[in-house]
Design a protein around this ligand. Structure first.
Ligand SMILES: Nc1nc2c(ncn2[C@@H]2O[C@H](COP(=O)(O)OP(=O)(O)OP(=O)(O)O)[C@@H](O)[C@H]2O)c(=O)[nH]1
Length: 488
């Protein structure tokens, strides 16, 4: 039988072995001798172990591991095959946990558990911020976080049951603070942990008056209560300074730790309330300069506006009745709620749906998300920690076009005294052109703070379509009349 014939027609291992090792094997077409050995030791081993259940596949799959490591799983010695099924003889690995039970581990860490089981999990009691090096464990997101989310799948009964349980009060803790120079002036970057999710939300505080320690202040400093608190009895001054709990400007010659609990909510009637923006993360708009949205521009514009010096009217400025200026004051709370809470992966997919002709809201819905899945509880807790928008202190002026944001923050108890609109720079330029008949392109001084890739203003068809949807479908307060008339 021809070798190729044998393989294609299907012959037994033994027949094949016969053909390969037979002395009268026909030479190849051009008379070149086969280079492989006449007797292949591996095939001989297979032949010796020949049995009804052994095929070339068994041979390849189960024999080779034993060559490297005779103890390996699957390293079955077929020469000892007795005819049982391979399943019965194959050694099984046992996986034994060497970890102590969870209750024991929690006890060892000094965490009190009340022993009560909820949905099979042990509920922990006590201050969540005191656990595991102050990193609170995330609790599952509930419907309370996302008022717009509608759970529709039948498999979500457990989640629905969970959502009926009142969510624990949101607690935040500022883990570190540092000075960051920006094109608009210095800011203090605050990094927060919280007991609602395991994301690192941020606050960008603009309050350069804190550097001028010797000048009398006109308004209370914007400082984090949780950062300035004493974290432990053993905490040293160096520890406090390293995590940012210092006053003034840190330098090799100035290291003054802050005093725990030294905050007050004093207000001065004549000074405008701090300007605040609650901003949600947008990798595409802020990092690679996407012009599908205005997020990068908004972040830059918010820091620019907050950093503007405030001119006080002559009557209240000074005893001499001259107008004076004080440094800008406020904060951007930067929430890690990428893609209006749906995450970057879904947002990228949503962009493809938008390229197919769907708008930003419909694309979210088509992917099974809500139009907007964000929550503002953590933002409100961060504002409170910074002493902003509290009941007793001054209120805040909120930079936004989004009425949902205003409502959500007020529901969380934040006192908003004014909504300040965020008009896209391209629209502002068009308005200026319309009113004064001249084009003001952002050059020189005006453009000094534009740090986004490509700088300047965002514009284009994609952006106009996005903003139109925000106004028409999401109720954003923006004058559509300023949009480029040639836009689709
Ligand atoms: N799902 C989705 N998210 C987007 C899209 N474009 C931008 N985003 C996200 O939208 C969010 C923008 O939020 P914000 O800057 O807080 O602004 P806003 O709620 O639109 O309202 P304003 O305060 O008026 O700016 C960011 O999380 C972006 O990642 C999009 O096409 N689809």
């Amino acid at each position: 039988m021809d070798l190729l014939d044998g393989i294609t027609k299907g012959v037994s291992d033994l027949d094949l072995l016969d053909m390969l090792t037979a002395p009268d094997l026909r030479p190849a077409k051009h008379g070149i001798r086969r280079r492989d050995s006449d007797l292949d030791p591996l095939l001989l081993a297979a032949a010796a172990a020949y049995g009804p259940h052994v095929t070339r596949n068994h041979y390849a799959h189960d024999f080779f591991p034993a060559v490297g490591d005779p103890r390996a799983e699957g390293a079955y010695d077929w020469t000892k095959f007795q005819g049982e099924t391979t399943q019965a003889r194959r050694p099984r690995l046992k996986y034994v946990s060497r970890q102590a039970p969870r209750s024991q581990r929690l006890k060892d860490q000094g965490i009190v558990v009340d022993g009560e089981k909820e949905n099979g999990r042990t509920r922990e009691v006590g201050d969540p911020l005191r656990r595991s090096d102050n990193l609170p464990s995330p609790t599952p997101r509930t419907a309370l976080d996302s008022p717009h989310v509608q759970r529709t799948t039948s498999a979500s009964h457990a989640a629905a049951a969970e959502s009926t349980r009142p969510a624990a009060a949101v607690e935040v803790k500022c883990m570190a603070r540092t000075r960051v120079p920006t094109p608009h002036g210095p800011v203090f970057l605050h990094l927060y942990h919280n007991n609602r999710d395991n994301k690192e939300h941020l606050a960008i505080v603009v309050d350069p008056a804190q550097f001028e320690q010797d000048t009398p202040r006109r308004a209370p400093p914007i400082r984090s209560r949780s950062l300035d608190a004493a974290w432990s009895d053993s905490e040293t001054e160096a520890d406090r300074i390293t995590r940012g709990a210092y006053v003034g400007r840190l330098s090799p010659t100035s290291q003054r730790p802050s005093v725990p609990g030294a905050h007050n909510n004093i207000t001065t009637d004549n000074i405008p309330s701090p300007l605040i923006r609650i901003h949600s993360e947008c990798f595409t708009g802020e990092t690679i300069g996407s012009m599908r949205c205005d997020c990068g521009e908004q972040l830059d514009e918010a820091i620019r506006q907050i950093s503007q010096p405030i001119t006080l009217p002559p009557a209240t400025s000074s005893a001499e009745g001259r107008p004076t200026t004080i440094p800008g004051r406020g904060a951007v709370v930067y929430l890690r709620q990428e893609g209006r809470g749906i995450g970057l992966l879904s947002k990228i997919r949503a962009y493809n749906l938008q390229d197919l002709g769907h708008d930003t809201v419909t694309a979210n819905l088509m992917l099974g998300h809500g139009a907007d899945e964000r929550g503002y509880e953590v933002a409100a807790a961060i504002l409170r920690d910074l002493g902003l928008g509290t009941e007793v202190g001054e209120g805040v002026r909120l930079l936004t076009n989004n009425p949902d944001k205003v409502q959500a923050l007020e529901k969380e108890g934040i006192r908003i005294v004014e909504r300040v609109p965020m008009v896209p720079r391209a629209w502002q330029r068009r308005q200026h052109q319309h009113e004064h008949g001249e084009d003001v392109s952002l050059k020189g001084e005006d453009a000094s703070g534009l740090t986004m890739i490509g700088g300047g203003e965002v514009h284009g068809e994609d952006l106009d379509r996005y903003l139109r949807t925000k106004v028409l479908k999401m109720g954003h307060i923006l004058p559509l009349g300023l949009m480029d008339e040639s836009s689709p």
